[in-house]
Ligand binder design. Structure first.
Ligand code: 13P
Length: 264
């Protein structure tokens, strides 16, 4: 089964509106050289205040938005109400998003997001017609104590609980070992591929083999232009979720270009 790769940029809490616009324009001018079928699925997750601006440019690229997709970095599971500081799936959709990142380790760590909350968010995103990018990953301490696989399997089982096989099939998972995020030290690509295969096995158990074949599972953690070709050449790595290297058009575009060489 061939799965279309995804290259996703998570801008985290960076870039003002003018800076987001300039960076997005830089990516747009690169992807405009290619047809949507030549490209991986390219997804950008800016801060909420830049969503409208970036979505307007995405729709303006003469490609019905298919070359560049926009993502929220988080959402609430309720559709509206007294949840100060939160944003709903419908609001993200209204601002041009088609994907939403959930369960990022920074949200789990700094905002105490639980597996149960992530499961509710995944269900709300799918019910709203958007695609969740569900993050999972182990800490260095967990890796060193040998619980990586069981920890990640439990994160995935919890995130996907009660979701239909059809919805699981269209979802995206990002394996991001916490110790590899922002450290410059990417996980060895063989090992990342092994963990991702293990995740696919868990998906198969909970949603069946068709969903496991279809779901796209990304690697994240210090992905750079110099690492992407090897990562994308692995059997089960379907793309990358990129932080630091997505903040410069030059490095992000180079990652897209190298992905096209190896995997699209
Ligand atoms: P870095 O690419 O900066 O390591 O960040 C990875 C990440 O957390 C993407 O969500």
């Amino acid at each position: 089964m061939s799965r279309k790769p995804i290259i996703a940029g998570n801008w985290k809490m960076n870039l003002l509106q003018s800076e987001s616009k300039a960076l997005f324009e830089g990516i747009k001018s690169f992807v405009s050289n290619y047809s949507a079928t030549q490209l991986p699925t390219v997804v950008i997750a800016p801060v909420f205040t830049s969503l409208n601006q970036v979505s307007a440019i995405a729709c303006d690229c003469g490609c019905e938005g298919t070359r560049l997709s926009v993502a929220g970095q988080n959402c609430h599971w309720e559709s509206s109400g007294a949840y100060t500081g939160e944003i709903s799936v419908e609001m993200l959709k209204d601002a041009g998003c088609s994907y939403v990142i959930i369960g990022h380790s920074e949200r789990r760590q700094y905002f105490s997001e639980s597996d149960e909350m992530i499961n509710k968010k995944a269900k709300a995103i799918l019910a709203g017609g958007l695609i969740p990018i569900i993050c999972c990953g182990e800490s260095l301490e967990q890796r060193e104590s040998g619980v990586t696989d069981s920890w990640i399997a439990s994160q995935i089982r919890a995130a996907l609980a009660g979701i239909s096989s059809e919805d699981v099939a269209k979802s995206v998972i990002a394996y991001e070992p916490i110790w590899a995020i922002g450290t410059g030290k990417s996980c060895d690509s063989e090992e990342a591929n092994r963990v991702i295969k293990m995740i696919r096995g868990v998906v198969s158990e909970v949603a069946g083999s068709q969903a496991a074949d279809s779901i796209r599972i990304l690697y994240g953690g210090s992905v750079k232009p110099s690492t992407i070709e090897e990562q994308m050449s692995k059997s089960d790595i379907d793309g990358a979720l990129i932080g630091g290297a997505s903040l410069k058009a030059e490095s992000f575009n180079e990652i897209i270009e190298k992905t096209m060489k190896v995997a699209v």
